[in-house]
Ligand binder design. Structure first.
Ligand code: CO
Length: 495
């Protein structure tokens, strides 16, 4: 029998850190070309455009940024039409991006710890924020919008990806006002005669936190906007919707702004996870035509940290919420380098199902997927509804924590899992489920993913059959695309 030590030495990892790091190198060039290096055939029925957003720069002229979340937003657009595919990418020309590129150095402190050169005295009492537009990209009401949760969206040209300005929704948003990066698209809204609607939120943190909800019709007009104050500091990145509710998980964190004000730490580095405090679930009734809004309900559960919710729905008087939970939030340390992340020392994200009973004020929870997972995606018609199939990015190994190298499909009805892995050289990001047109099967369609291939330091677009996660097509790009955050597929063809 091997001793414990020998056993751990002989454990073969599914990746090397050097390979993983390759996906966190800047992509400075902007491309525009038809993809010609293709394995397999692009399904001719796959017509539309995949937009993705994420940090594109990890340095400003060689000065390293401290955390990927501080990286300037870069849009990738992959257009599928008539069995062909086109790639282009552009940086969002935010004020900060333009100024820093011109200056050739870091001019702004980042929320996640990027500091200007010159130490404390260069950073003290500098609260200027760079709206980096790097988290999500949506197409709604005829506009392409790059989102970052702490400020207003940037409008881009769908054809040229040129930055056109900032979006204020006809004055519904004021200058500098936050607009979250995680809108959810309700397929049929009962308040809007069964038309689709977009629901988003914003957070104004403080001792009391204001949560504002925005509901937009298909023309991009804000038709409902309502706000609530809840006790305590909130660090909330995503939420979930049902037909009648918006659901928020208030992670148990404490915010001490002093080191930020003193120029020692970034704001995100002043957030401390409190393992002995419960997570609060805030349930806000969605507003109908009345101007009176019911008060939010707040329920408590065991402590945990959530970035992303997979979905939520109402069933038998309960609200069901599926969320990816971490046992704790690793703190971003000023002297650490994210490129040297020790995955094994961190807790994995795992999929849990929460059943909320508002009448009895009871929350039950159940672990659904223990494999390390992130970035959930589902059929767009199932948002806010009972659903069966969920797709996520996942680790190659069933246990432990590791970089995302696979996609997993979970059948929530039977419990069956299907895994597609790009290990050892491939690293995955958010999968996007695209339904086949004119079909009704919940998993009839494709899963699109952008994979970083460390062997060639380039990225591939994979098209998987959503039924069994077999590869239909692999499109090799001419370059790498850094690990991104979120994106969306639209049926319109933009080239
Ligand atoms: Co997110």
């Amino acid at each position: 029998m091997p001793t414990q030590e020998q056993k751990s030495i002989s454990t073969v990892k599914s990746y090397t850190r050097a390979d993983w790091q390759g996906g966190y190198t800047s992509l400075k060039e902007e491309y525009d070309y038809w993809i010609d290096d293709i394995e397999g055939e692009i399904p001719p029925e796959l017509e539309g455009t995949l937009f993705r957003n994420g940090p594109g720069l990890f340095d400003i002229n060689g000065q390293k940024i401290h955390h990927p979340f501080d990286g300037d937003g870069m849009i990738s657009r992959i257009t599928f039409t008539h069995g062909k595919a086109h790639y282009s990418n552009r940086f969002v020309r935010t004020e900060g991006y333009v100024q820093e590129q011109k200056a050739g150095k870091i001019l702004y402190r980042g929320v996640f710890g990027t500091q200007k050169n010159g130490g404390v005295f260069a950073n003290i009492f500098d609260f200027k924020m760079k709206n980096i537009a790097n988290t999500n990209i949506i197409y709604w009401g005829g506009k392409l919008l790059a989102l970052w949760e702490a400020a207003e969206p940037h409008i881009l040209d769908t054809y040229t990806l040129e930055t056109l300005g900032k979006e204020y929704f006809h004055g519904a948003l004021s200058e500098g006002e936050a607009f979250g990066a995680h809108p959810h698209f309700e397929p049929k809204c009962v308040m809007d005669n069964g038309n689709p609607c977009m629901v988003n939120f914003s957070i104004k943190p403080g001792l009391l936190t204001t949560i504002t909800i925005f509901e937009l019709d298909t023309s991009g007009k804000v038709i409902r906007k309502y706000a609530h104050q809840v006790p305590g500091f909130c660090f909330i990145h995503d939420f979930a919707i049902t037909e009648n509710y918006c659901i928020f998980f208030q992670n148990p964190v404490q915010f001490n702004p002093l080191p930020f004000a003193l120029g020692i730490r970034g704001a995100g580095e002043c957030i401390k996870f409190e393992a002995n405090q419960p997570t609060r679930i805030i349930v806000i009734p969605r507003q109908g035509n009345s101007t009176m809004v019911d008060k939010p309900e707040i329920l408590e559960i065991q402590s945990g940290f959530v970035f992303h919710h997979a979905n939520a729905f109402e069933k038998n008087g309960n609200i069901i919420v599926d969320s990816i939970c971490y046992e704790n939030l690793p703190e971003v340390e000023p002297n650490s380098d994210f490129r040297h992340t020790n995955f094994e020392a961190l807790k994995p994200g795992q999929l849990w199902r929460f059943s909320l009973n508002l009448a009895d004020r009871i929350v039950n929870r159940e672990l659904i997927e223990s494999r390390s997972c992130e970035f959930p995606s589902l059929h767009p018609n199932k948002v806010g509804r009972e659903y069966r199939f969920l797709y996520m990015s996942a680790a190659h190994e069933e246990t432990g924590n590791a970089p995302l190298q696979a996609f997993v499909k979970v059948d929530l009805e039977t419990g069956k899992r299907i895994l597609w892995s790009a290990a050892p050289k491939g690293f995955t990001s958010e999968p996007i489920f695209v339904p086949r047109a004119n079909t009704s099967g919940e998993d009839d369609g494709w899963v699109l993913g952008l994979i970083y291939d460390a062997q060639y330091h380039r990225s591939d677009i994979v098209i998987l059959d959503a039924k069994d996660l077999t590869v239909v097509t692999k499109l090799h790009l001419k370059h790498h695309v850094p690990y991104g955050l979120h994106g969306n597929f639209v049926d319109e063809v933009f080239i």
